[in-house]
Design a protein around this ligand. Sequence first.
Ligand SMILES: Cc1cc2nc3c(=O)[nH]c(=O)nc-3n(C[C@H](O)[C@H](O)[C@H](O)COP(=O)(O)O)c2cc1C
Length: 185
Amino acid sequence: MEDIILERRSIYPPQFTGEEIPRLVIERMLNAARFAPNHRLTQPWRFVVYSGSGRAQFAQTWIAANQNHAGDSFDPVKAETFRSKVMTCSHIITIGMKRNPIVPEFEEVCAVASAVQNMMLVAHEQGAGGYWSTGGLVFYESLKAEFGLEQHDQLLGFLMLGMPKNIEWPPRLRHDLDHFVRWID
Ligand SMILES: Cc1cc2nc3c(=O)[nH]c(=O)nc-3n(C[C@H](O)[C@H](O)[C@H](O)COP(=O)(O)O)c2cc1C
């Protein structure tokens, strides 16, 4: 397990082969998600999985929301770049947090982030990869309904997934323990 944690890296669409991640791998990722710790068993994670022609639907939803929001400053070139990035992915999974007021909101966000980490670790273990993408769209209220969320819920981003090419593995970029740990013996 420790090896998997230390080896996992964010992998981006230019580094994807274009192959489809087997559905069983995606199911194993989703299964691991639900075993994340969560206070009072609220299980706040909600996912929508796009693959195949669903990816075009995802891209169109994203572009329409962006166009609606940007108005005259909508950039069609950027939109097309985004569409081709989406079509390079094998799967896109939207990351939603279903709010339950029996616990503080930050606990729900933490639980969903734990679930996402479980998914990314299983993806890596199974030879797949990807990254957690956010950006301004997570704040568009109009997108919540598209992804099965209501007003008090939060869209926390998108997992952009693919099979990694045989690339030079990205380096470890992390502070040493001394930077962020205080030991009190
Ligand atoms: C909540 C969250 C949001 C992120 N959003 C983006 C993003 O919008 N674009 C991006 O390129 N990477 C995004 N990332 C990935 C980080 O950039 C990446 O995890 C970081 O560079 C460390 O690299 P590693 O994952 O390979 O260890 C996000 C990561 C997290 C946890």
